[in-house]
Design a protein around this ligand. Structure first.
Ligand SMILES: Cc1ncc(COP(=O)(O)O)c(C=O)c1O
Length: 431
């Protein structure tokens, strides 16, 4: 083989001396940091773990975590390769649809923040939700879900699951006591978002846990609006927590991703479903998301401080009928929010007077806030669900899931809160 120029040769030498055989389990075990002194990693606070958990350093001694942007992994011998393929549960990287060190780093960080045993990542939040339903439900099973769930989740529940013989029932987030009456002998899973999108309904996770435990039902929480920096549903008894990582976890509107965490035995089933059917997270997106976690706590604090300031300032505005924010005392589930969330999160909703038309006028009058359907970005975003994401529902259907005609959802960004408020106030004057 022709020899490489000196620089390249040394690159090849350094890299090839490193045993690059980081497996799912090895990655988990070695997610540690020698520079943290005597304090064991398990004792560190979540903010520290979100920054310091990292795959082992390569021979290049990089500071920032590297990206393992590779579709597959190699073996030292034919025997090693045969062994890797012989056992599905063996902790060896084979192919990035199955596992990848960068993806594992992201998973292990989320698992640490959610206080979960293990996790698995997906290409989008919807892939996380769909994979969970497909793994734990089968023909003739029954699922109970909150009616106030994200639009595409509603589509899976009402259009796809029945096609495969899985029936669903909806309950109202504001009436948790109605859940028990919906339980049937074939009920296998209970699903909800808290706070919900876009209505910001909140439910007592401990209360729902008790109902699920009594009837041996798997309890799944979409924790996308709160993030693990604000709420850890597993601490209150949930079995599985999932996220659209596309939102606050990314935090800058760049990549799509999803993640599911829970007990090891549940995650093993999910892992095998995802490994075989393919909704896996790309290592590039995992790298972005893992780096984003380094700033998650500080960002969520800032989103929440600004959101509370804006929600408070908008109360009693003459162009608004009501304002909703989990940490406003006027929120119907304020006490529950205070019990299970460390702050109110980054989303504020309000009702502009003047119905659908008033909502449209408000959006058109905005000068700085972005008009887009995403949320959880450093840039503040305004959306009007009745004329966009939920326009295909009847007014009655919208009302049932808390979407009133003039409902505006503000994803409060990281700009100066006075600038965000000033734009909202000037747009209200014109709507
Ligand atoms: C609460 C909630 N869950 C799930 C999703 C779906 O996530 P993704 O767009 O990453 O598939 C969204 C998207 O907005 C959401 O708001």
């Amino acid at each position: 083989m022709a020899s490489l120029p000196t620089g390249k040769q040394s690159l090849v030498r350094t890299v090839s001396t490193v045993p690059f055989y980081v497996s799912r389990k090895q990655c988990n075990v070695s997610l540690s940091n020698k520079k943290t002194g005597n304090q064991p990693m398990s004792k560190q606070r979540p903010e520290t773990k979100a920054i310091r958990l990292q795959t082992p350093k390569t021979g290049e001694k990089e500071h920032a975590t590297p990206i393992f942007l590779t579709s597959s992994f190699t073996y030292e011998s034919a025997e090693d390769m045969a062994e890797a393929f012989a056992d599905d549960s063996l902790d060896v990287n084979i192919y990035s649809r199955f596992s990848n060190p960068t993806v594992d780093e992201f998973i292990q960080k989320i698992a640490a923040l959610e206080e979960a045993e293990d996790g698995v990542a997906t290409g989008t939040g919807m892939a996380a939700i769909f994979s969970t339903f497909m793994t734990f439900l089968k023909k003739d099973d029954h699922i109970i879900s909150a009616s106030a769930v994200f639009g595409s989740t509603h589509t899976i529940l009402t259009k796809y699951l029945p096609k495969w013989g899985i029936e669903y029932s909806y309950f109202n987030m504001n009436q948790p006591e109605s859940i028990e009456a919906l339980i049937k002998p074939n009920t296998k899973l209970l699903y909800l978002e808290t706070p919900s999108n876009p209505g910001l309904d909140i439910i007592d996770i401990e209360f729902v846990t008790a109902v699920c435990k009594k009837h041996n039902i798997l309890f799944v929480v979409d924790n996308c609006f709160a993030t693990p920096a604000v709420q850890q549903p597993i601490k209150f008894g949930a079995d599985i927590v999932l996220h659209s990582a596309t939102k606050f976890i990314d935090g800058q509107g760049r990549v799509l991703g999803g993640v599911i965490v829970g007990k090891k035995e549940l995650i093993k089933e999910l892992y095998l479903f995802i490994r075989n059917t393919g909704p896996s997270l790309s290592p590039f997106n995992a790298w972005i998301l893992s780096k984003s976690l380094e700033t998650l706590h500080i960002r969520m604090d800032k989103h929440a401080d600004s959101a509370l300031k804006i929600a408070t300032a908008l109360q009693n505005h003459p162009k608004i009928s009501w304002v909703k924010y989990p940490f406003l005392e006027t929120h119907p589930q304020y006490t529950i929010a205070k019990k299970q969330m460390s702050n109110g999160g980054g989303i504020v909703t309000f009702e502009v007077k003047g119905g659908i038309d008033g909502g449209r006028k408000f959006l058109n009058a905005l000068q700085m806030l972005s008009m887009t359907n995403n949320l959880g970005d450093s840039r503040s975003i305004a959306s009007h669900p009745a004329s966009t994401t939920h326009s295909k529902l009847s007014e009655e259907e919208r009302r049932e899931v808390g979407i009133t005609p003039g409902l505006i959802r503000i994803s409060v960004g990281l700009e100066h809160p006075d600038d965000i408020l000033a734009d909202i106030q000037q747009a209200l004057e014109k709507s």
